[in-house]
Design a protein around this ligand. Structure first.
Ligand SMILES: Cc1cc2nc3c(=O)[nH]c(=O)nc-3n(C[C@H](O)[C@H](O)[C@H](O)COP(=O)(O)OP(=O)(O)OC[C@H]3O[C@@H](n4cnc5c(N)ncnc54)[C@H](O)[C@@H]3O)c2cc1C
Length: 304
């Protein structure tokens, strides 16, 4: 895969910047390179073809240049990053992750897993994330320093590597057990350190114009509490209440479009056949995952 990357990027950069110059504005959504989607390319193809002041030869050259990054890497095969946080491969989370890798690979997708416990991923956002001199050595400010380090290519190697995986992904799946109505600290730490300003957001580039737009995010998680506990009348309240900070406050803030969450309630208390069914349902859903429309990530979805 690494051998195709430079060629793919340079073709794509050339094609997309030429296309952007030709067809934007109005309404062209080709902003995020090098990860624009097939839908973006289709949109810009239509925009280019409508232009009366561009010759047919130029139109064809632009469309060819845009098509190259899609065809060069396996006929538009989708890229999926699974950010996985469980200590035990034999856990239900481990099985859900393995089932996703198997099904998506079978579909021809390129699948990368960041196994956070396996990698011993450092969850703490500290001075060590910045290599070389600080922007302000007198008073350390993580947000400012990580932003400056990102712009100057001075983030630590582990962060650069994770950002590369995100940059390449069409879909990012977060697979985890619910911890205290949220994600495990190691996954939150991944987000604190990887989704830095300049890479994932850059005010006012947030929400619809967040820097990770054109990508999808999906939270797939397990709970200890059963579905009744997480209903409107349940003791824990509707499960959607706890999705607002994760889906809206983090993912949507950074521009990601959110697919409906996949929740396996209380696997520890479910009989064997029910747990097996949880695996089957996940695989069935993944079979048509690319046809799904993102949710409408507004307060109504969560609280009404
Ligand atoms: C710090 C902490 C905070 C927590 N906070 C919350 C909270 O706020 N709210 C809440 O609801 N819960 C909470 N929990 C509970 C937690 O969410 C659950 O324990 C967890 O989601 C269960 O998922 P698991 O993958 O760890 O289950 P596991 O115990 O690993 O799996 C359940 C069972 O499935 C079996 N299994 C694995 N693979 C398969 C397969 N392929 N087919 C059939 N069976 C299989 C396993 O062997 C096991 O017996 C918390 C837990 C901790 C430790």
């Amino acid at each position: 895969m690494s051998s195709t990357r430079p060629a793919r990027r340079s073709y794509q950069a050339a094609g997309l910047s030429a296309a952007r110059a030709c067809c934007s504005p109005p309404g062209c959504s080709l902003h995020a390179e090098p990860s624009s989607s097939i839908r973006d390319v289709q949109f810009c193809t239509v925009s280019i073809m409508k232009r009366k002041d561009v010759s047919l030869a130029t139109k064809m050259a632009l469309i060819h240049a845009m098509a190259v990054p899609i065809t060069i890497d396996g006929c538009g095969r989708k890229k999926v990053l699974i950010v996985y946080a469980h200590q035990e491969p034999k856990s239900l989370n481990g099985s859900l992750k393995t089932a996703a890798v198997k099904e998506l690979t079978k579909q021809g997708c390129s699948v990368t897993v960041s196994d956070l416990y396996g990698m011993q991923f450092e969850p703490r956002a500290t001075r060590k994330d910045i290599t070389g001199d600080l922007h302000n050595p007198e008073q350390f400010n993580y947000g400012v320093e990580s932003w400056e380090a990102y712009k100057n290519g001075r983030l630590s190697e582990d962060l650069i590597e994770e950002q590369r995986k995100v940059e390449e992904a069409d879909l990012v799946i977060f697979q985890f057990p619910l911890y205290w109505f949220s994600m495990p600290a190691i996954m939150k730490g991944w987000l604190d350190r990887v989704f830095v300003q300049g890479f994932a957001h850059n005010f006012p580039q947030c929400y619809e114009s967040g820097l990770l737009k054109n990508k999808l995010a999906l939270l797939s998680f397990t709970t200890g509490g059963d579905q009744g506990m997480y209903s409107d009348d349940g003791v824990s309240g509707n499960i959607r209440y706890l999705l607002w900070p994760m889906q809206h406050g983090i993912m949507h803030f950074c521009g990601l479009s959110i697919l409906a969450p996949h929740i396996c309630f209380a696997p520890e208390y479910a009989p064997e056949e029910e747990r097996a069914q949880m695996l089957t349902s996940w695989v069935e859903r993944l079979k048509t995952i690319w046809e799904e429309e993102p949710i409408d990530c507004t307060p109504e979805w969560y609280y009404k």
